[in-house]
Design a protein around this ligand. Structure first.
Ligand SMILES: Cc1ncc(COP(=O)(O)O)c(C=O)c1O
Length: 370
């Protein structure tokens, strides 16, 4: 199997990640923050070490402002639900994933005002496009860092400045970039990330950074192991957003994933392999590479071939894992003019080899030539 579906989740994970999960399960599986005994303390230490490693990676001063979630979707829902109320204006982009579109539309149904910022022909959201739609009533601007459909990267620092200039809060979706591109979140209001993609952590890991001084209505209410006498959720972070037991075994694995990323030049191999693949595929007539790929993702339009069928053939005839269709991002496909047939997406990982790239390019050529 040649795995080119790393944008869905990275595979394989570094052995250190699986080993850390196993070690946690066998040697330190107490409930973190829920007891003074040694196993609970050991578990709490691993969880905190992971918060620290992530804070360092994203240039966040206080690791306690990172709340763990089960994935990027939960982090994005927590942020959108926690900030946007009836009558508030929320701006999202035309490249957003359903994990932003759906909670934003749910907020619109509850009385918020939803506006969608258009993308340029590469699928990029420019600071100018954001500025055009921003008003003094805008409460939240939520923008994807890199598209999961085309790999186009947005200048989120510039967008952050534009949003702040009219007093709006910012939320950036780093599901496709955490661990693959440098991210400096120091001036952002919120950043959502997945643990199981470019950070090479296990399933069930992700998180939301919320800047100091900003409080959110929680998505989930319950025990936190702190302020137990109160019927209200604590104001302190991360407890406010972490009701119930966290996925400590997964987080122990994620810690090793973050270390793995930091030991390499983050994302360099993935980008390099994607670039080589683009060079090889770019020469095949009837294949169009969509957008402006700045991460590990290539979105392809195949003339005369259905993209879902092509992904099926890559799997069954060539043993290559890819993803065809709409990639949970119908807005993005509408923007790129591919809502009808979708695209074929190939996404590289830290373990992708030149041989994988050669085989994928040959297989695609064979499929489009019929
Ligand atoms: C851009 C983007 N945002 C959010 C998500 C949701 O991530 P998760 O699967 O961790 O919930 C994805 C998943 O592919 C994504 O690509």
């Amino acid at each position: 199997m040649i795995y080119l579906d790393n944008a869905a989740t990275t595979f394989p994970k570094p052995p250190s990640v699986s080993n850390a999960v196993k070690d946690f399960m066998e040697n330190c599986g107490g409930n973190p923050g829920r007891g003074g005994h040694e196993l609970s303390r050991m578990a709490g230490d691993r969880v905190y070490a992971c918060r620290e490693a992530l804070a360092e990676l994203f240039n966040i001063g206080n690791p306690e402002r990172i709340a763990f979630t089960k994935n990027a979707t939960e982090a994005l829902n927590t942020a959108i639900n926690g900030i946007v109320g009836e009558g508030d204006e929320i701006l999202i982009s035309a490249m957003e994933h359903n994990s932003v579109l759906r909670p934003a539309v749910a907020k619109e149904q509850d009385g918020a005002v939803l506006k969608i910022i258009p993308a340029d022909r590469d699928g990029r959201i420019t600071p100018e496009a954001v500025e055009k739609m921003l008003t003094r009533r805008t409460k939240l601007v939520c923008i994807i860092h890199a598209s999961n459909v085309t790999g186009t990267v947005n200048d989120i620092s510039a967008i952050n400045d534009v949003a702040h200039s009219l007093g709006a809060l910012t939320l950036f979706d780093a599901a496709q970039t955490a661990g693959l591109l440098p991210i400096d979140a120091a001036d952002f209001d919120m950043l959502a990330f997945a643990g199981h993609k470019g950070l090479y952590g296990p399933f069930g890991t992700g998180g939301l950074y919320v800047r100091e001084g900003l409080s959110l209505r929680p998505l989930t209410y319950g025990g936190t192991g702190s302020v137990s006498e109160s019927a209200l959720m604590p104001d302190i972070f991360p407890d406010r957003l972490e009701a119930g037991t966290v996925n400590a075994a997964g987080i122990a694995g994620l810690l090793e994933g973050v270390k793995f990323v930091r030991e390499q030049a983050p994302g360099e191999r993935e980008r390099d392999m994607a670039k080589k693949l683009a060079e090889k595929i770019g020469g095949i007539s009837s294949v169009e590479i969509m957008g402006d790929n700045g991460v590990n993702v290539l979105g392809l339009r195949l003339r005369g071939v259905d993209c879902v069928d092509a992904a099926g053939r890559l799997d069954s005839e060539f043993g290559i894992a890819s993803r065809g269709g709409l990639h949970c991002a119908p807005l993005a496909h509408r923007s790129m003019g591919t809502i009808g047939g979708g695209m074929l997406r190939l996404s590289t990982g830290a373990f992708t080899t030149e041989e994988d790239i050669d085989a994928a390019a040959k297989a695609i050529e064979a499929i489009v030539k019929g």
